[in-house]
Design a protein around this ligand. Sequence first.
Ligand code: GMT
Length: 378
Amino acid sequence: MKIGIVCYPTYGGSGVVATELGIELSKRGHEIHFITYKQPVRLELLTHNVHFHEVTVPEYPLFHYQPYELALSSKLVDMVKLHKIELLHVHYAIPHAYAGYMAKKMLQEEGIFLPIVTTLHGTDITLVGSHPFYKSAVTFSINKSDAVTSVSQSLKDDTLRLFDIHNDIKVVPNFIDLDKHFCEEVGCKRATLAHDNERIVTHISNFRKVKQIPDVIKVFYGIQKEMPAKLMMIGEGPEKEPAEALCRELGIEEQVVFFGNSVELDKILCYSDLFLLPSITESFGLAALEAMASSTPVISSNTGGIPEVNEHGKTGYLSKVNDVDDMVKNALSILKDDVVLRQFKKQARESSKRFDIHAIVPQYEKIYQETLKKCLVL
Ligand code: GMT
C-alpha cells in the first residue's frame, strides 16, 4: 500500500510513534511518504520505500502567522497525485487532520479519492485541542476523518467527554521495538555516569509544564537523602532552566546531569535503575514504555493513560499527581533492595511486551485495509 504520513518531526511522542510506524510499515512492504516541515528526528535512513517530502512555508511580511496548513494541504495534494498515495495517516489532530481533510476535498474535485486516518495523541485533545479557539475545527476534523484512533482508552474517553464526536474511535496503543531496547552487556560503561554504589534515576521529556519537572527534582531529592544516587535529565524545553535552578537551590547540582536531546537515550535507559514520570496529564507515556522495555521500573503519576502502561506494584508504582512523598516512598521501596530492584526490572521488561511493535502495527494495517474497503463501497 502507498501510505502518506503527516506528523510533527521534532522530539516528542507523536512524531516518534509516527516515524517508527512508517519505518516498520516500510519493512512490511508498504511504500511510505512522510510529509512534514523537517525530516523526522528518528528517520535516519531513507530507503527505496521510505520517502520524505518537505513542506516549506515561504515568509511573507503581510502574514503575521505563516499559513502552514495551507502549504501542507497543497503539498499533500501534489504528493498524492505524483506518488499515487492511496491513504493518508495523520498524527496529532492540530492542524494535521484539518489539512488532511482540505487535501481530500481538493483531490475529490479531480476525481481522486483519499481516505484519512487520524491518530489522536494527547495534548491535541486534552490541552490544546479542547481550547475554545480550536475546539470547533478539531471536532470537525475528527468527525470528518474516515477512521480515528487514539493511543489509549483514557484518551478515547477524554475525546468523547470533551468533544461532540459521532465517529467511532479505535484504541491502538503505542508500541515498542523490543529488540532496539534490549540491554545486553552494558555494565562496564555505566561507570561513565555513576559510581558502582550509586543508583541511576532518569527522566526523559520535552520539559514542558505538563511534565511537572519540579516534582522530578523533588522526588530525586528525597531519594538521594536516603542513598547515593544520580539523576539523568534528558531533553530540552522551557522548564529546563528552572529545573537547573531548583537543583542549585537544593544543593544537588553535582548529582544531576542535564543531557539535552541525547541520542544515547537507549544506552542511558539501559544503565538506569528507575524512571520518573510525575506528569500532570499523559495520554500514554511513551517514555515510560521505552524505560520499561529497557528493564527500568517506573515511578509515575496515575493520570490519563499511564495506568494502562505502568502496572502498579509490578512495573513500578503509581501515585496521585503532585504526591511527591508517596513517589519517594515507592521509589525507595524499589531501590533499597537489590533483589526487589531486580524483580521490578524483570517485570518491567516482561510487561512492555504487551506493546510489541509486531503485534500493534498489524492493527494499523487492518484499519487501513478496512478504511480503504469501506470508502470504496461508499
Ligand atoms: O508529551 C508531550 O508533550 C508530547 C506529545 C506529542 O504529541 O508528541 O506526547 C503525547 O503523545 C505521546 C505519543 O502518543 C504520548 O505518549 C504522550 O503521553 C502524549 N503526551 C501527553 O498527553 C501530555
